[in-house]
Design a protein around this ligand. Structure first.
Ligand SMILES: *[C@@H]1O[C@H](CO)[C@@H](O)[C@H](O)[C@H]1NC(C)=O
Ligand SMILES: *[C@@H]1O[C@H](CO)[C@@H](O)[C@H](O)[C@H]1NC(C)=O
Length: 211
């Protein structure tokens, strides 16, 4: 949030007091570049109610894919109203046997609520401690910022969850794709993962990598 500082000199107390003036909102101007602090603000006169409403969760995400799951983000790039507010949300759809593979959000902690079905989920701490639970409909789990975590459909039916984040742009890095879904040479992947060449080539084929 952008808070210009206003300083007032008090003649009775002979001190300066400085208060951060609160700017109500900074709806993203998506035509400009995105910096570490998010997007620049759209002119308030051009802001409408639609900027504060996201309708992309009405339909389930498409789970016809390798992971049998879909993550539909409502981050600042999709939901301009959250820009500068330090919050965002995503919808997760997991078909039976669906999985959101091990991943991190470098910029945010996450709170997950299951609204349909069940989900086996967990995270791994920096101390390599493992925290895993099966969540039922209505259950909530929190994932500390930056830690590796995953979600797996915990039953035989479709599971749906919503994840909220402590950032308008949490970031998403999926470990499988970082290792096997790009052009990082197989020799280097083998060195860093202790997998053999055949295993790495097989995973690269599955996850869309080359080299
Ligand atoms: C508001 O939007 C219109 C149309 O996109 C644009 O031409 C105009 O420059 C904007 N006004 C401000 C103050 O940014
Ligand atoms: C879902 O994705 C698959 C694979 O990309 C595609 O063939 C299918 O048409 C999509 N379904 C819908 C409803 O968009």
């Amino acid at each position: 949030m952008i808070k210009p500082i206003f300083c007032i000199f008090s003649f009775t107390l002979f001190i300066f007091t400085c208060n951060a003036a609160v700017q109500d909102f900074c709806v993203a101007d998506l035509t400009g570049p995105q910096g570490p602090a998010g997007y620049s603000c759209k002119s308030p006169s051009n802001v409408t109610a639609n900027d504060f409403v996201f309708t992309g969760f009405r339909k389930a995400g498409n789970t016809t894919n390798l992971i049998k799951a879909a993550v539909s983000p409502a981050f600042d790039a999709q939901f301009p109203g959250v820009n500068g507010l330090g919050v965002s949300i995503a919808r997760l759809d997991l078909a039976p046997a669906g999985v959101i593979p091990m991943h991190t959000h470098p910029g945010a902690s996450e709170i997950l609520i299951v609204v349909q079905g069940s989900i086996v989920t967990g995270f791994v701490s920096n101390a390599n401690q493992v925290f895993v639970k099966k969540l039922l409909k209505g259950d909530v789990m929190v994932f500390p910022q930056g830690l590796l975590h995953f979600q797996i459909n915990g039953g035989g039916s479709t599971a749906v969850a919503f994840a909220s984040f402590s950032s308008a742009n949490p970031g998403l890095q999926i470990t499988d794709f970082a290792l096997f879904g790009n052009t990082l040479p197989s020799m280097l992947v083998e060195k860093t993962t202790f997998l053999d060449d055949a295993q790495v080539k097989k995973l690269k084929a599955v996850l869309g990598g080359s080299g």
